[in-house]
Design a protein around this ligand. Structure first.
Ligand code: MG
Length: 182
C-alpha cells in the first residue's frame, strides 16, 4: 500500500479529476476468407490456401487488439481512425493501427498489463503457431510473453466456416509520471 501524501489525499477528494489505476478494454473483429491472398494473424504469416479479406491486410487479431486498446482509453475506434473509405489504408500493414493505438494509450498515461485473446476459425489450425503469435504480439505490445494469452477455437455450430473471428480483452495500468513504460 502506498503511503498517503497530500497529493493522494487531494486526488481522493476529487475523484472526477483522477484517472483510474487500471482500465479494461474489449475488442472484436471478423473477416471473411478469400482465395489468393496471404493469411496474417497477429502479424505472423501462416501457410494456408486462403487469406482474410479486408481493406487492410485483414489481420483480424491485430484489429481486435487495436480496438481493445482504443476502447480502454475511450478513444475513437479503428474504423474511425483508419476509415476503409480512405485509399491510404488499402493493403496496409495492421501493425500501423496497433502502434497508433499504443501511442494513444501511452499518451493517456497508461501501459499494457496483460492481454487475452480468443480466435475462432475452422482452419488452419492455430495451435502449432500459437507460441509464435503470442511472442510476436507480446513484442509489439512491449510486454512479457506470459502476459499474452491466446486460445483458438473452431466455430462449432456457428456456421462460420469461411470466417475468422477474434475477441480480445486488455488490461491497462497507469504508468507513474517519470517512469517510461516500454
Ligand atoms: Mg478488421
Amino acid at each position: 500500500m502506498k503511503p498517503e501524501t497530500r497529493n493522494s489525499k487531494r486526488k481522493a477528494a476529487s475523484p472526477a479529476t483522477s484517472k483510474p489505476e487500471v482500465r479494461i478494454g474489449y475488442g472484436f473483429d471478423s473477416h471473411e476468407f478469400r482465395a489468393g491472398i496471404p493469411l496474417r494473424i497477429g502479424g505472423v504469416a501462416l501457410a494456408h490456401d486462403r487469406g482474410l479479406g479486408g481493406h487492410s491486410d485483414g489481420d483480424v487479431l491485430l484489429h481486435a487488439i487495436t480496438d481493445a486498446l482504443l476502447g480502454a482509453i475511450a478513444a475513437p475506434d479503428i474504423g474511425a481512425l483508419f476509415p476503409p473509405s480512405d485509399a491510404k489504408w488499402k493493403g496496409a500493414d495492421s501493425v500501423i493501427f496497433l502502434r497508433e493505438a499504443l501511442k494513444r494509450v501511452r499518451n493517456a498515461g497508461y501501459g499494457v498489463a496483460n492481454l487475452d485473446a480468443s480466435l475462432i476459425l475452422a482452419a488452419p489450425k492455430v495451435g502449432p503457431h500459437a507460441a509464435e503469435i503470442r511472442k510476436h504480439v507480446a513484442e509489439l505490445l512491449g510486454v512479457d510473453h506470459d502476459c499474452v494469452g491466446l486460445k483458438a477455437k473452431t466455430p462449432e455450430g456457428l456456421n462460420l466456416e469461411n470466417a475468422a473471428l477474434a475477441h480480445v480483452v486488455v488490461l491497462l495500468e497507469k504508468v507513474p509520471r517519470g517512469r517510461k513504460k516500454r
